[in-house]
Write a protein that binds this ligand. Structure first.
Ligand code: SF4
Length: 743
């Protein structure tokens, strides 16, 4: 007998609602949930392969513990004993910072990944935190922190209502969107065009998204910030800047005008390889459109001027009056956001509160650059102690960080390492203990992070579609026990972790005058929480305290877990609405248009005007059936066009003697890889493209299918020295490389 169950898809940022078909305890099918309030039935090939991803036979079923040099199956009790025995002596002898924590991108795709790592970091008190953000979107966090005073206040384009979208370095027809959660992103772009809207795509590759555009500009990689600066210059020069409703909330306009002085369209045209008149046209169109949004993503973030480009995107939205208005770029309001405090000055955003030990790289948002992880382990020089133990949660930095070979060696030198990972992959193979979470069908789902980036306010929650298999441990319990083992409380009841968070959160809420529970008894409030587990009680608490919550009775019609459970397809909370000045947490209480760190970095952008472009540069590539390194072990999602090939333009191929299908040696500052060439005019001349997340050829992994077509690790071409200085983000695009036909 088969049955169906609802499950929000965790396989990308679009968060589609799925209807799973289940035979016994096995997911045998997935289709889009037509009644889902947000995704309305949309599904992509990854979501359709949910069952195959879920039941991959290479998923680990039991913990592994290293004994006599070999990872062997163990009980959960043995595994956590080993974690406590491995971590605590390092903390006690060498201090908290000698334990590094690495958080991978899948953490934002699970309930437990959102709820427990912050508790781990607070309990461990380590400053050695590294995450996937510094090989991805950290520049956007930093620019938001500087402009708005909150690194997580990221405006998203109002896709469903805008009449003009300028999309830079993003390919949502393949990625399904990023920092902009929008199920059926392709359909929403088509709808934009159908209602007479205009779509411009700026990308060195003619992507599927670019093919849909009214205009595609194949810019030189790494020069988005120059293009955007010249557009800002044009708005000022032609008196097109109009803050409109934003005027009372914005400062430093005159200073910005002066700072943009040298970035004329003519000055940047050669570096960007775009016509100056085209740049002016882009600015004029933006100013003239009834509503417009500029949206930029990975291609503009993972470059040498990533923070400046991210900042300029919002500057353009502000100068055209499009920030915080329908059809422009707005701040979403998620159901689990903290109770909105009254508008007014905040604490502001600080960078560089501490630095890495070896290269003295500044922290951003509490994180050190992932590019520095290897040296923080393998280099004794510098202040303080090297990292001697590592806690890795859902991360595979051997493939995702620059110079994976160096990191591979460094991981082998650690005193202790624990990985929370469903796979024995290129990174977890170094662990002394591997703690495997259950497959997605056996876990609950709520999008804590992506709802703060969604193009429509809504809230959804799905309980596990399938009961936990015997011998499995819920991911929330794994992480709660990890918190206890790492913080000297090994053996305590894992429920104590949730109870502590609930006590602290409610204890604080009752002291806040703007909170709906101000002045109440936190124990009485805790007694009202519902839910079958600690994470559910925490979700109930967050919903009830949040902007749409029932305030524990203060607003009886408001949200609670019980109300959400009564709406299995979710609750629509309406379109994005203007919110300024409430989200601003700058010290001035205003949008600080030209923050000091940005102003100090602008001369470096000026220098880029005078740099000679490299003859050949590398950019990345995304495929619809892929997501970083996660899914290469699923046969249904590999093969066909999802292959690790080097895209090269026919002109470059002819010049360099590269034949279609032949192996090419690609050399970068960090090393070289050999990949088959795919000669295509989908990349502009002077640019080659390799996808990331590949390179599944290291011994000791258990990725049967991925290792049959391993591909190459593009990050091996990097040496980790190229960073965006403000954010510490790795430069992954626009990197100079050399090619030679392979022997
Ligand atoms: S678009 Fe993303 S969330 Fe939607 S089905 Fe595909 S992988 Fe899942």
């Amino acid at each position: 007998m088969s049955r169906t169950a609802l499950r929000i898809c965790p396989l990308c940022e679009a968060t589609c609602g799925l209807t799973l078909t289940i035979e016994g305890t096995r997911v045998t099918g997935a289709r889009g949930d037509r009644e889902d309030v947000f995704s309305k039935g949309f599904i992509c090939p990854k979501g359709a392969s949910f069952g195959a991803v879920d039941s991959d036979p290479d998923r680990l079923r039991t913990p592994l513990v290293r004994r006599d040099g070999e990872l062997r199956e163990a009980t959960w009790a043995e595994a956590f004993d080993a974690v406590a025995a491995g971590l605590r002596p390092v903390v006690e002898e060498h201090g908290s910072d000698s334990v590094g924590v690495v958080l991978g991108n899948p953490n934002v795709h699970t309930v437990a990944g959102a709820l427990y790592p912050p508790v781990l970091l607070a309990g461990l008190r380590t400053r050695s935190l590294f995450t996937a953000s510094t090989v991805d979107q950290m520049p956007k966090h930093v620019s938001s922190g500087l402009l708005f005073g909150d690194a997580n206040a990221i405006p998203v384009p109002d896709l469903d209502h805008t009449s003009h979208l300028l999309l830079i370095g993003a390919n949502p027809l393949e990625s399904n969107g990023s920092l902009c959660t929008a199920p059926d992103f392709p359909g929403r772009l088509r709808a934009l065009k159908a209602r007479g809207g205009h779509l411009t795509v700026v990308d060195p590759r003619r992507t599927r998204t670019a093919k849909l555009a009214d205009r595609h500009l194949a810019i030189r990689p790494g020069t988005d910030a120059l293009l955007l600066a010249a557009m800002v210059h044009t708005l000022f020069a032609e008196d097109l800047a109009d803050l409109a409703h934003l005027a009372p909330h914005v400062q430093d306009l005159d200073e910005l005008r002066v700072a943009m002085g040298e970035f004329t369209p003519e000055a940047v045209a050669e570096a960007c390889d775009l016509d100056a008149d085209v740049i002016r046209t882009l600015a004029r169109e933006l100013a003239a459109a009834p509503t417009a949004a500029v949206y930029a993503r990975i291609g503009s973030c993972t470059v040498a001027h990533g923070t400046l480009a991210s900042w300029l995107v919002d500057v353009l939205n502000i100068l055209t009056g499009n920030l915080d208005r329908p059809g422009g770029a707005l701040f979403p309001q998620a159901a689990t956001d903290r109770t909105p405090r009254p508008a007014g000055p905040g604490r502001g955003f600080a960078l560089g509160r501490w630095h890495s030990r070896v290269r003295r790289l500044a922290e951003a948002k509490g994180e050190l650059p992932l590019s520095a992880l290897a040296e923080e382990i393998d280099t004794a020089t510098g202040e303080g102690e090297p990292i001697r133990a590592l806690i890795v949660v859902a991360a595979n930095p051997v493939l995702s960080a620059p110079d994976g070979n160096r990191l591979d060696k460094a991981l082998g030198s650690l005193d202790f390492m624990v990985s929370v990972d469903p796979y024995l992959n290129e990174t977890s193979r170094h662990a002394d203990v591997v703690l495997p979470p259950p497959p997605p069908s056996q876990s609950p789902h709520h999008d804590f992070a992506f709802n703060t980036l969604a193009v429509r306010n809504q809230v959804r929650y799905t309980r596990p579609a399938v009961p936990l298999e015997p011998g499995r441990m819920a991911e929330s319990e794994i992480l709660a026990r990890l918190v206890l083992a790492a913080t000297g409380m090994h053996g305590a009841d894992p429920a104590a972790v949730d109870a502590l968070v609930i006590d602290q959160t409610l204890g604080k809420a009752v002291t806040e005058p703007h909170s709906p529970v101000h002045g109440r008894d936190p124990r009485e409030l805790a007694g009202q929480l519902t839910g079958e587990s600690g994470p559910e009680r925490r979700l109930d608490m967050m919903l009830r305290l949040g902007p749409y919550g029932d305030g524990f009775g203060a607003r009886p019609e408001g949200l609670s877990l019980a109300r959400l459970l009564a709406h299995p397809h979710g609750i629509d909370l309406g379109p994005l609405r203007p919110r300024l000045p409430q989200p601003l947490k700058t010290r001035s209480g205003k949008v600080e248009l030209l923050p000091a760190p940005i102003a100090a970095d602008l001369p470096r952008l000026g220098e880029a005007l005078r740099e000679r472009p490299a003859e050949l540069v590398l950019v990345g590539r995304r495929h619809l059936r892929s997501n970083n390194s996660w899914m290469h072990n699923v046969p249904a999602l590999t093969g066909g066009s999802n292959r690790c090939t080097l895209h090269i333009h026919p002109v470059d191929a002819a010049r360099l003697g590269v034949r279609d299908g032949a192996d090419v040696r690609v050399k970068g500052a960090g090393g070289e890889v050999v990949a088959p060439a795919e000669v295509t005019d989908a990349v502009r001349p002077g640019v080659v493209s390799l996808p990331h997340g590949w390179g599944h050829d290291r011994p000791g992994t258990r990725l049967g299918h991925a290792s049959t077509a391993p591909g190459v690790n593009v990050n091996q071409l990097l040496d980790g020295s190229l960073l965006d200085p403000l954010s510490g983000n790795a430069v992954l695009n626009g990197v100079p490389v050399q090619l030679a036909a392979s022997l």
